[in-house]
Design a protein around this ligand. Structure first.
Ligand code: SF4
Length: 403
């Protein structure tokens, strides 16, 4: 019997619900497997498969649900993130980060599909080798949530059959071979997408392979998972990423996790517990934030965030100036405004709480610090030094002394 349109619609909603179940338990694919083995759930939804409940939620929070918008950029939000939203996209700093808005369809001339030029530095799929001593290794291009300002928004998110969500076994082998063949690679940064959406087994295998490479001394994981979905920071996941680190026969490798968080409102009791669990497992924790207009471009808000993080054993690492990703003009502010905020933070926060304000030069030329310099060179070789209250002082030139 043919389905009526209403029935077809209900079936679509049900399919969307099934698709939204965890995709992350997919096993590591071998050469013959597709990324999702037959005994696993189907791949995650494209945004056009959102359930009516989810569409209603987005609308209730002032977001837009037009099909062009939802097809263009992936949408996903977790229950944990929903619990941190108390207002809507007009006034809530968390809602603004995740809920789709029609203004994202406005693409400005300066915006780029690949704002930081990953592609031009990618020798093999999944690897970005921009600086001599380190590589980005991207095993997955999906995330637990999708941030509307994401600098890789054109790349991340489910893309269907043509672009699997995780590297195939052959691609993973080629990426690892590249790292093995380049002894100058001292640090590997697992990023994505979010590498921690992979199953613990998959992660454990990746970590083992990296630990077996002698010249790799540092492994860093960039993730939003402890903020987006702290329930998934399980003992199994922690064990998968730390077991090799603690093995004396594999050599000591330093393990860092850089958490992506932009506002203290994103911290719930569950998030805090997940962060503390990572700390107790011996992992060094850093934070990365994006300076976002009408979300956290305020010295008070950032002071609150950084104090919370340091108290949770997380060292604020980078505050990123927003990249020129398509449709993200409404999140950007001027560099001058960012520098003024940094100046205010210098007066309020200890060095431990200070991140470095960074710009990724558009086009793939690397990062540069934007944190304002307190030094001004003087003609006599000395310096004018500005203190945190804006007062100037002189610093005498160095005098050569005979020994
Ligand atoms: S978690 Fe990271 S990679 Fe994923 S959407 Fe957000 S910013 Fe982009």
């Amino acid at each position: 019997m043919l389905k009526t349109p209403k029935l077809r619609f209900s079936a679509l909603i049900f399919k969307g619900f099934l698709f939204s179940l965890p995709y992350m338990y997919a096993p590591m694919p071998n050469n013959k497997q597709k990324p999702y083995a037959s005994n696993m759930l189907p791949p995650p939804p494209t945004s056009s498969h959102l359930s009516s409940l989810e569409l209603d939620y987005v609308k209730s929070k002032g977001g837009d649900t037009g099909s062009t918008l939802l097809k263009k950029y992936a949408y996903r939000i977790t229950q944990n993130i929903k619990r941190t939203i108390s207002g809507d996209v007009t006034n809530d700093p968390v809602a603004k980060q995740y809920l789709p808005q029609n203004c994202e369809l406005k693409i400005l001339p300066e915006e780029r599909l690949d704002p930081i030029g990953d592609e031009m530095h990618s020798p093999v799929k999944g690897i970005v080798h921009r600086y001599p001593d380190r590589v980005l290794f991207k095993p997955a291009n999906v995330c637990a949530v999708y941030c509307r300002y994401c600098f890789r928004r054109e790349q991340v998110g489910p893309k269907g059959e043509k672009a699997p969500d995780i590297l195939s076994a052959n691609e993973r082998t080629a990426a690892l071979d590249y790292i093995r063949a380049h002894p100058e690679i001292w640090e590997v940064i697992l990023t994505g997408g979010d590498p921690l959406v992979l199953s613990p087994r998959h992660l454990g295998e990746l970590m083992s392979a990296l630990h077996a490479i002698d010249h790799v001394k540092v492994i860093r994981i960039h993730t939003r998972l402890p903020i987006a979905d702290p329930a998934r920071v399980t003992p199994e996941l922690i064990s998968a990423i730390t077991t090799q680190t603690n093995r004396s026969d594999s050599g000591e490798k330093a393990l860092y996790i850089a958490l992506h968080i932009n506002h203290a409102q994103e911290l719930t009791a569950e998030n805090r517990a997940a962060i503390i669990a990572l700390h107790k497992a011996g992992i060094s924790l850093l934070s990365q934030s994006v300076l976002l207009k009408d979300i956290n471009n305020d010295a008070d808000i950032l002071t609150g965030l950084y104090r919370e993080l340091v108290a949770l054993h997380v060292k604020p690492y980078y505050l990123h100036h927003p990249d020129l990703a398509p449709g993200t003009g409404h999140f950007r502010l001027s560099i001058a405004e960012g520098q003024t905020i940094m100046q205010k933070l210098r007066g309020r926060l200890s060095g431990l709480c200070q991140p470095t304000y960074m710009l990724d030069i558009p086009g793939g030329f690397g990062k540069v610090p934007l944190t304002p310099c307190a030094l001004e060179p003087l003609a006599d070789g000395g310096y004018a030094v500005t203190d945190y209250q804006g007062h100037k002082h002189t610093y005498a030139p160095a005098v050569e002394r005979k020994s």
